[in-house]
Design a protein around this ligand. Sequence first.
Ligand code: IPM
Ligand code: MN
Length: 334
Amino acid sequence: NGKYTVTFIEGDGIGPEISKSVKQIFAAADAPIDWEPVDVTPVSSDGPTAIPDEAIQSVRRNLVALKGPLATPVGEGHVSLNLTLRRTFNLFANVRPCRSLKGYKTPYDNVDTVLIRENTEGEYSGIEHIVVDGVVQCIKLITREASERVLRFAFQYAQSIGKPRVRVVHKATIMKMSDGLFLTTAQNVAKEFPDIEFDSELLDNTCLKMVTDPTPYNDIVMVMPNLYGDILSDMCAGLIGGLGLTPSGNIGDECSIFEAVHGSAPDIAGKNLANPTALLLSSVMMLQHMGLNSHAERIHRAILQTIAEGKTLTGDLHGNAKTDEYTNAIVEKL
Ligand code: IPM
Ligand code: MN
């Protein structure tokens, strides 16, 4: 029937409300997507987390998934399902764009940055152990293989979106061997892409410069090890108005999962207060990834217009619209 089936992991907390918003907007835009909802409630509650087989088969079959937030326990309990999903499907590149939204004023204008986060290793490898009581070791794993594939992805991505430069963000002054390997691998991969400029910058300096003036970063695709990408992408979100606004794509060779960068926000869950924009923009990235550019464009424009008008904004953007009112305002533009 000319339709694509996409796995939908609605997630915890505000997940179901913001997912509903996406479904309504896709229906209004006649997007040729059939959603296949799956449940990923962990199979075991401590120790290694298993994702239900049905969910895994669904993603493998459809190759594309949209995902809401999954709650992650702090300090104890199961391994984050978010990470388990990234690992299970080898989603090695996490693409995190961040663009100023017209109509929502922050101290920064014209932000248009993108960072690529290595998504499978680093401190997120989950290798931690107690040496003796009071002494814990956490292993930051960096391999040439994983570094090379995410770096190559970053250069190809820069080519595909027409940004002239790739910049590695690192701390190889301190982590001389691990970040050093990431950096030297980048220098080698850069030789395969003579048309793309390449340089590197220390993470602390990147933060300082970006909060001073982010616009020089608009011409750069930043790429970095896992934890740095986690932290820097939240900082970038702060430049444009917060985590309610920033999408992401977890890209692998076979499957891809698109998800909002924010958490499950249990404090406002079920209250019709959540901002669905981050998940909506993730769904726009998903459509672009699938080559459904005209649908992506239509939905994107309706979201941007609604925010630009500034009449129907959710609480995180200092408006007083409910989730469904904001959603309806977007639907009216389709
Ligand atoms: C993100 C999130 C996740 C992460 C959490 C929910 C495990 O913060 O996608 O940035 O740390 O990667
Ligand atoms: Mn994060």
